[in-house]
Every structure is written in structure tokens, then in C-alpha cells.
Design a protein around this ligand. Structure first.
Ligand code: AMP
Length: 381
């Protein structure tokens, strides 16, 4: 690397959602300029960036102009086409490198990368036809999860198969596309580790985060989880190994299942800040977004220390069902921090914002976060 990219330089973000918004806030606070690129207008990232570029991911001329105007590029959206990354990488450094995105964009490639590098995953078989799916069932066993290889997030593109007669319905539900069939995991906990790796190989992490999901979507995250025996150290070692094997410069999240037999299985990778790390924005010396800025720019990383026990709950579109949520009520608790992403339309399941709450311990912080969210639905006094 020729030297760090210093404040006053311009950083480009491919994608324009809430992850880009929080990256842009962290970058601007440090004196960087931010340009965001996506096929949407008036976006969560665009509202706080210096420039919002509205163009298609296939538009190579617009991508080239975007790349020429910035000093480094990162992404906040996983489904940016490889051709777009290859195009911008001809002009400026892209961090993490495009190959990382390419691997994780397809569950088959992602799981094959993990398994072939000795990282533990649930047993899986790639399938491309209904016949291959039927043939895979006896090898995987039932129940099993059918997941589309591409474009799956928040539990979308998944079907649970409990019995042989579910096969046709499951295949239709995922749209009959390239997929993987995976053994159903009877997990005790879902946990994530968010970590960052610098250009010099330095590694930092935010510890173990306990995640609770609702309808396949993250609902509640509580950092500072301890796991018995060697499990905790193992989760951190696996995470470090994955960042090294992928040669990541940037932030990456590893989602794990902890099974009833106290075994760790890697479920998914996200080569960017992650929803389960949003607490770090308010609760850590260096948030996951600032760490992304620092690693992308080649600056030394900041401390990931959590200053106080905290918990985060997501605010989904359902909360708008009966009108505007009661923001003043949630803010009445002085230990609660409200984040809204500036999205104009609330749909069920859409991530509109989050709340981080503090407490004397993890559980009291979680209760406080849930209570603050519940007050959002209270009618005006
Ligand atoms: P994913 O999109 O793979 O992160 O899956 C979304 C959610 O579905 C996970 O957070 C789990 O709660 C559940 N899930 C995914 N894969 C499995 C599995 N193999 N066994 C049991 N539950 C799963």
C-alpha cells in the first residue's frame, strides 16, 4: 500500500442503504467526503453523503466516472454485480477486494469455500433441479432447509422441508433456481462475531454477540456473550481464520449456530458491517462503521472496547401499521438511543431503524431496549 488515505479524501460506497448511511456518518465525522452509487434516489446513504449518484450497476460509463472521483471504494450492499466491482477496481482500490464479494454472493460458493478451508458448516449439497433436490434429501436427512444460492437475505429465498411430500412446494417457493439443501440445525443460540482486518494483517473483533431472530429477521442483539469452555475462543479463531483465508481488508461478520451438542457451525458471512453490530455506533470506542473507514483508508484500527452493557432492537415497518410510532415516548428513557434510516415508506419486514439501550448488565439492557420499542406503539397521551 502506498500510504494511508487521509481525511479530506473522498470515499465511494456502492449501495445506498442504512449500512452506507452509518458508514457515511462515521466518515464525515472524520473529515472524509462520501459519494454513494446506486440505482435509487433520496436514499438513506444519499441523505448524508456529499454526493448521491443515481445510476444502474450495469452502467460502466457511470461507474467509471464514479470511480475516478473517489480515492477508495467499499460496498454496503452484497448484490453489487461482479462486473461493477471489476470496472471500478481498474481505477481505485476496492476494499474488501471484489473476490470476497464474489465468493459470498452465492451460498454454494460460500459454503464450499468454508468447507474446503476446514471451517465447520451444516452439511449441505448444491442443487440445480427438482430431481437433484429429491436425490439430495436422503443424503442430508429431514428436516432440511432449501436456500437459494443467490440474492437471499433476512430469511428470504428459504423453504423448510419436513417431509418428502414438501419437496415440490419448497422447490416452487424458492422459484426453482440454483440452491443449496442444508441440514436443519437444532441450535441453542445464534451468535455473530464482527471483526476487522487491516492492510498489515492486524485483527480486531467486537466479541461474541447473541442474536435473536423473528420470522428469519434479526430482532434483538446483545453483545458481550460468554460461551462455556473453548467455544468462545474457537469462534474468535474461526473468525480470524476466515478473514485471513479471504485476505479481507475491512470489516466482516461471521454468523454462527451453537448447537445443542455445543458445536459451532458457520451459517453465513457478510463482508461489511452487520446489523448485529449496530450497538457499536453508540457503545464502543470505535464503531464497526468507523473501523470500516479506518481499514478501507489504511489507518490504524481503533479500540473495539464496549463501554457499557447494551442491547439493540430493530424497528421494522410493522411498527408503522397504525400510524407514526410514538418517538417521544421511546426517547423518554434517557438510556435509549434512537436511530432512523430516513426511509420514506414502511413495509412489513423492512428495516426502518433501531434502538440501542444501556443497562447495568446485558439482560437489563435487553429489557430496556424491548420496553422502549413497545412504547412506540403507545397512543399519544
Ligand atoms: P440465513 O439467511 O441463512 O441467515 O437464515 C436466516 C435464519 O433462518 C437464520 O438466522 C436461522 O434462524 C434460520 N436458519 C437458517 N439456516 C438454518 C438451518 N440450517 N437450520 C435451522 N435454522 C436455520
Amino acid at each position: 500500500m502506498s500510504g494511508p488515505i487521509l481525511p479530506a479524501a473522498t470515499l465511494g460506497v456502492l449501495g445506498s442503504g442504512q449500512l452506507g448511511r452509518m458508514f457515511a456518518i462515521a466518515a464525515r465525522r472524520m473529515g472524509y467526503r462520501v459519494h454513494t452509487y446506486s440505482p435509487d434516489r433520496e436514499t438513506p446513504t444519499g441523505q448524508v453523503a456529499d454526493r448521491e449518484i443515481y445510476a444502474d450497476y450495469q452502467d460502466l460509463a457511470a461507474l467509471t466516472a464514479f470511480a475516478r472521483a473517489v480515492d477508495a471504494i467499499t460496498f454496503e450492499f452484497e448484490n453489487v454485480p461482479s462486473t461493477a466491482i471489476e470496472c471500478v477496481a481498474r481505477h481505485v482500490p476496492v476494499r474488501p477486494r471484489g473476490e470476497v464479494l464474489h465468493i459470498i454472493q452465492n451460498r454454494g460458493r460460500e459454503k464450499t469455500f468454508l468447507a474446503s478451508n476446514g471451517f465447520p458448516t451444516a452439511v449441505f449439497i448444491p442443487v440445480t433441479t427438482r430431481e437433484e433436490l429429491a436425490a439430495a434429501i436422503p443424503r442430508i436427512g429431514l428436516p432440511a432447509m432449501l436456500k437459494t444460492a443467490g440474492y437471499g437475505y433476512d430469511g428470504k429465498g428459504q423453504a423448510l422441508i419436513n417431509a418428502l411430500q414438501d419437496v415440490n412446494a419448497a422447490w416452487s417457493k424458492i422459484g426453482g433456481v440454483e440452491a443449496i439443501l442444508e441440514r436443519f440445525v437444532d441450535f441453542q443460540h445464534e451468535v455473530s462475531v464482527i471483526a476487522a482486518r487491516g492492510w498489515d494483517g492486524a485483527f480486531m473483533h467486537y466479541g461474541l454477540i447473541e442474536n435473536r431472530h423473528c420470522n428469519g429477521i434479526l430482532d434483538l442483539s446483545i453483545p458481550g456473550l460468554s460461551l462455556p469452555g473453548r467455544l468462545e475462543a474457537q469462534a474468535l479463531e474461526i473468525t480470524r481464520g476466515i478473514l485471513e483465508a479471504l485476505d479481507v481488508i475491512g470489516v466482516l461478520c461471521v454468523e454462527f449456530f451453537v448447537t445443542a451438542e455445543q458445536e459451532l457451525l458457520v451459517n453465513e458471512l457478510a463482508p461489511r458491517p452487520h446489523n448485529s453490530g449496530h450497538f457499536s455506533f453508540d457503545a464502543c470506542i470505535t464503531s464497526q462503521f468507523e473501523q470500516q473507514v479506518r481499514t478501507v483508508c489504511g489507518l490504524p484500527m481503533g479500540s473495539t472496547q464496549i463501554l457499557r452493557p447494551c442491547a439493540m432492537v430493530n424497528l421494522l415497518g410493522e411498527l408503522w401499521q397504525h400510524g407514526k410510532p410514538n418517538w417521544a415516548r421511546a426517547c423518554a428513557d434517557p438510556e435509549v438511543k434512537l436511530h432512523l434510516y430516513g426511509k420514506r415508506e414502511a413495509h412489513p419486514g423492512r428495516k426502518m431503524g433501531h434502538i440501542t439501550a444501556f443497562g447495568s448488565d446485558r439482560e437489563s439492557a435487553a429489557r430496556r431496549a424491548l420496553a422502549a420499542r413497545a412504547t412506540l406503539l403507545a397512543a399519544e397521551a
